[in-house]
Design a binder for this molecule. Structure first.
Ligand code: GL2
Length: 803
């Protein structure tokens, strides 16, 4: 069809849809109605491909991957779906012809925030990559009634509001009543001797109906549409539940990450983990059998991947189904389970490795607890003879009254991977070292990736279009081809064009800040960006100390040179993470102080954008000049905003941590700003207890002055919070070595500021980053999982060869 025909047809479908759904004309329709009408048109286009994909999988008996994740962070779907369907440009043209503000229409879509940060967004990037490389992969998670809280700032403090994302219904989802599963909690379980062997008998407990809502995951430029299945908790039909019983049940899919600082919160969290794990596994096995396969064929037909330890109960749940419901023997059930399940670890932080109290676990999931006891016993027996009792004890799922989920995941899966080379190495050497001794072949690395489609082609259309003019469009399918851009790094006209695109993106962000925050930021200044969850190890505090350093220099030293910067933060702090919230308050007060001081603010401004999420990221990332990735080395498993920022031409100001190392290596060290202690130094300090924050404070007058500013009234309105930050750094000896890296950070920032003044040289570095970003495409990451862990086909290589 000619493009004009497509536009004409789209226009007709859109106007018809508006009338059919809302009985309004275009002129009278609200942006929300326009969005919903357009989304309905797009959904219709997806539907046929989706049905065919499902039929095709069933008819060919394709092996299916199921990606189990307690978080998905899709953001908005409309623009990404249009892009993948190849209809984005036509839709833009249609909207122009209709004189409709397309941006306003897209912004009427709610930003689906069913995740906290990188882990959830990675799951959604994988949902985009899988169909795009024609891989048979589905998501399995929870349809939270309320997503991650909506953040606002009042007097500089974070305030949390509920995220009522279903208020206007979700256009994309499809409820599947006939796929519902019952999930059972609590009660007592007895083992009874029957002619078929020991069988559990259940007494009491709670039945919850898990109802799935499916959303089509659209492949780019192909006919593949996979399924993301999110489960919602309801009262089973026929069960008379009181109001309070009903609310207990519904709370299971009520909200993302309930506060886990108290017992009831933790109980709910465990229930959530079992909820989507059990519903998912039951449903998979049901279909597997209905399609005529034997249980022994499960590992050949199905790969279940657990995204971090939250879905680890998949392992005992599969054992329960195979043993109790199908009468398999222990060894054969264990073989099937372990060959089906694989596990990605996403964190090195000890406190983030999940553990449950055995009492709580046994109360909530009594049968699963019995099975874990049995897994534990088998494990001890099998390793003790060769490795000794102490080793068996250290690696057991049950120890010290707790259930250790990472150990259970390592024992019960056939593959374990980390998410960046350093992280995978540290897993083998430290965190999961004992398991590496037992099963070295289980371990591998799969470096995270991102979808360039969302973060470049959709969010930064002008950059992608500019790149097309130089190297054609193949790189959009084969992201590594973007390295061809390196041939143009001496092309001055092209560098100028790149700089123009960056400036336009900065202006777009500046307009947003002006409109939403009432602050006019200087687009000629360096946009120095730190966007990620607020956590002590990510060290937003180090960035803040750098800001205070510049501020004090400008105030007190007439000769000080500070390159003009706009410091841009966006971050949510977990509601129960008091210290993180205190840091937000201090940053906001520093921002106030700086922005309202005419003596400095032609040189520096600080903005903390509220309610960080996927859509805000899509606005900030194309506008960034500098990407702050400054975690304590050895703490950030990978990071993914680093990759998104790089692809959009920001230079990394980074510690040698997570995937920063690989990004800096790919872009070339001369095109990035690495600083700070390396992992070995960090570990040495922890082991030798030779780090003294107090000594650093005493011996560095500049830093001394900066820290004092937090407690001597220099920064106004932070009496309590400034003191808390000061105490954590000095009294508590600075767990994350903020002070240890301070000097190196401010020196590197100063060098960066100088370099930025040569715009052409800077843009050349920016180009080097863009040109090296291809290898961080999630298409490659997912293909590597497919080849090495899941053993399912995809067509990434075929695309390469057909070129
Ligand atoms: C995380 C890691 O902290 C982060 O470094 C990594 O990039 C992502 C995805 O692998 O996973 N782990 C984790 O629990 N969250 C992350 O973002 N929330």
């Amino acid at each position: 069809m000619q493009q004009n025909d497509t536009v004409t047809q789209l226009k007709q479908e859109f106007l018809d849809s508006l009338e059919a759904h809302f009985a309004v004309s275009l002129a009278d329709a609200t942006d929300l109605q326009r969005y919903q009408a357009l989304a309905a048109v797009v959904k219709q286009k997806i539907a046929t491909k989706w049905r065919r994909t499902k039929e095709d999988y069933r008819d060919t008996g394709a092996k299916q991957v199921y990606y189990f994740s307690i978080e998905f962070l899709p953001g908005r779907y409309l623009r990404a779906n249009l892009l993948n369907l190849g209809l984005l440009a036509d839709t833009e043209q249609m909207m122009t012809e209709l004189d409709v503000d397309f941006t306003a229409v897209m912004e009427a879509e709610v930003d689906q925030g069913l995740g906290n940060g990188g882990l959830g967004r990675l799951a959604s990037d994988f949902m985009d990559a899988m169909p795009s490389i024609a891989l048979v992969g589905n998501g399995n998670g929870i349809r939270y009634r309320y997503g991650l809280f909506r953040q606002a700032f009042i007097n500089g403090y974070q305030v949390e509001y509920p995220d009522d994302w279903l208020k206007n219904d979700d256009v994309w989802e499809v409820r599947q009543d006939d796929e519902a599963q019952v999930v059972h909690y609590g009660g007592n379980v007895y083992l009874q001797d029957t002619p078929d062997g020991l069988r559990p008998v259940y007494d009491g407990g709670l039945d919850v109906l898990a109802v799935p809502y499916d959303t089509g995951m659209v492949g780019a430029d192909n006919d593949v549409v996979n399924t993301l299945r999110l489960w919602s908790a309801e009262v089973p039909e026929g069960v008379k539940a009181s109001v309070s019983e009903r609310s207990v049940i519904e709370s299971i899919s009520g909200e993302l990450y309930p506060d886990d600082s108290n017992e009831e919160g933790r109980r709910l969290r465990l229930r959530q983990e079992y909820f989507f794990s059990s519903a998912g596994v039951q449903n998979i096995i049901k279909h597997h059998l209905a399609d005529g396969y034997s249980l022994h064929a499960l590992p050949f037909q199905v790969a279940i991947h657990i995204n971090d330890t939250h879905p680890t109960v998949v392992i005992p749940e599969m054992m329960r189904i195979l043993l109790d419901e199908h009468g398999l023997g222990w060894e054969e059930a264990w073989g099937i389970t372990t060959r089906t399940v694989s596990y990605t670890n996403h964190t090195l932080l000890a406190e983030a490795l999940e553990r449950w109290s055995q009492d709580l676990f046994a109360q909530e999931l009594p049968r699963l607890f019995q099975l874990i006891q049995e897994i534990d016993r088998h494990h001890r027996v099998s390793v003790a003879s060769e490795h000794g009792e102490d080793f068996a004890w250290r690696t057991s799922p049950l120890q010290d009254g707790q259930v250790h989920m990472a150990r259970l995941a390592a024992i019960g899966s056939h593959a374990i991977n980390g998410v960046a080379p350093l992280h995978s190495q540290l897993l083998q050497d430290k965190v999961l070292h004992d398991f590496y001794i037992l099963w070295p072949a289980k371990f591998s690395n799969k470096t995270n990736g991102i979808t360039h489609r969302r973060y470049m082609h959709a969010a930064n259309e002008s950059l992608s279009a500019l790149i097309d003019t130089k190297i054609g469009r193949d790189w959009r399918k084969l992201p590594k081809d973007i390295t061809k851009l390196r041939d143009f790094n001496m092309d001055e006209a092209f560098l100028r064009e790149l700089a123009v695109v960056k400036r336009q993106n900065k202006q777009r962000l500046a307009d947003w800040v002006s409109h939403n925050m009432g602050i006019d930021i200087n687009v000629d200044a360096i946009f120095d960006v730190q966007i990620k969850r607020l956590h002590a190890y990510k060290r937003q505090l180090l960035h803040l100390l750098g800001i205070l350093t510049d501020y004090l220099a400008l105030k007190h030293d007439a000769n000080a040179y500070v390159a003009p910067r706009v410091h841009i933060f966006a971050a949510k702090a977990a509601p129960s993470y008091h210290y993180a919230k205190q840091i937000i308050k201090v940053i906001n007060e520093v921002a106030n102080m700086v922005n309202n001081d005419p003596a400095v603010n032609d040189k520096m401004q600080v903005v903390f954008l509220p309610n960080y999420g996927v859509s805000l990221a899509e606005l900030i990332i194309p506008a960034a000049d500098v990407s702050e990735q400054i975690s304590t080395a050895g703490k950030e498993a990978s990071g993914t905003s680093n990759m998104k920022l790089m692809a959009n031409g920001a230079l990394q100001l980074a510690t040698m941590d997570g995937a920063n190392i690989d990004i800096i290596h790919a872009a070339g060290a001369e095109n990035a700003y690495a600083f700070g202690m390396d992992t070995d130094t960090v570990y040495k300090h922890y082991e030798q207890h030779d780090y003294s924050a107090w000594d650093i404070y005493q011996n560095n007058p500049k830093l001394h002055r900066v820290l004092d500013a937090l407690i001597d009234g220099t920064v106004p309105n932070v009496q309590e919070e400034g003191q808390a930050v000061f105490d954590s750094l000095i009294r508590d000896n600075d767990e994350y070595f903020v002070l240890g890296d301070y000097e190196s950070y401010v020196d590197t920032q100063a060098r960066l500021g100088q370099d930025y003044q040569n715009q052409q040289a800077w843009t050349r570095k920016s180009l080097a980053n863009i040109a090296a970003s291809g290898e961080f495409s999630a298409d490659y990451t997912v293909a590597a999982y497919a080849d090495e862990i899941w053993h399912v086909p995809h067509n990434l290589l075929a695309q390469q060869e057909s070129k």
